[in-house]
Design a protein around this ligand. Structure first.
Ligand code: PAF
Length: 274
């Protein structure tokens, strides 16, 4: 596995890769969920590129950009064991050589709901950096986790709407044995908060289990679990169609939750079938 930092080093190393290239864009602080992304890319690609870049453009001024965990040595070990061929860990100046991008990707209406309603500008920042990495790395396939389901859906839509000629693959969420979805932000949780945070996945599983009784039953069952857990402050709990439009009777749906637990803001989602 090669590790590079500058643009010039990356371009030189990119020349040596066999195709098709699979790209796993990350912000580091890698866990088993990222490991699953890299393994999925390994299974489907001639070469696997992992980017490690904490993208300032997707953080609002009050968010956790400065304290976002940075664990490069451990990340590199994980990339190697999961099967990456090339890791690119660029600086901000490598990714934005002219300063913060003036032209940005506008996410459209899907960027204004759920996470977009709570984090204005977030998805413009995500899509802009993903579009840049698609342009720089020129992968055949980009791999994204279903844990960030709205991000995955938006990246898919961007690739299709802008004809980026990249396939976008979604990889199922990896969970702890007690159901908690793996997230780099879980490390902000104290022991007690960590226990309370399982309310998110418990709520989603309870909602999913009520699917036979219809949409309102799903939401009521999930809400009951969340409301019973003190210290879990809900931002949203929503049931949407798989494409994140309004629920359509009988079609596959997605139950999505976001909540604050102590200093951590956590998100999770599950598919719901009727
Ligand atoms: O999901 C993430 O870690 C980030 O949003 C991504 C896709 C790497 C873009 O910075």
């Amino acid at each position: 596995m090669r590790v590079v930092a500058s643009r010039a080093e990356f371009f030189a190393a990119r020349e040596d890769l066999d195709g098709p290239v699979g790209l796993v864009p990350t912000m580091g602080a890698l866990h088993d969920g990222h490991g699953a992304l890299i393994e999925a890319a390994r299974a489907a690609s001639g070469s696997v590129v992992v980017t490690i870049f904490v993208n300032p453009l997707q953080f609002a001024p009050h968010e956790d950009l400065e304290r976002y965990p940075r664990t490069l040595e451990a990340d590199l070990a994980r990339c190697e064991s999961a099967g990456a061929d090339l890791v690119w860990a660029p600086s901000v100046a490598d990714v934005y050589p002219g300063g913060p991008a003036r032209v940005r990707v506008e996410p459209g209406p899907l960027g204004e709901i759920l996470e977009g309603a709570v984090r204005p500008g977030h998805f413009a920042g995500v899509l802009t950096v993903v579009a840049k990495f698609f342009g720089l790395v020129r992968p055949a396939v980009g791999f994204f986790g279903e844990k960030d389901y709205q991000q995955l859906t938006l990246v898919r839509q961007m690739a299709a709407d802008l004809d980026l000629m990249v396939a976008v693959a979604g990889v199922p969420t990896v969970r702890e044995p007690d159901g908690l979805a793996l997230s780099s932000r879980n490390r902000y949780l104290s022991g007690d908060e960590r226990r309370r945070a399982t309310a998110l996945s418990r709520a989603l599983f309870a909602g999913r289990a009520a699917a036979a009784d219809g949409e309102q039953a799903v939401l009521a069952a999930a809400r009951a679990v969340l409301d019973a857990e003190p210290g879990v402050v809900r931002d949203y709990l929503e049931l949407r169609a798989a494409d994140l439009g309004p629920v359509r009777g009988g079609a596959a749906a997605r139950l999505l939750v976001a909540a604050r637990v102590g200093a951590a803001r956590l998100i999770d989602n599950v598919p719901v079938t009727w």
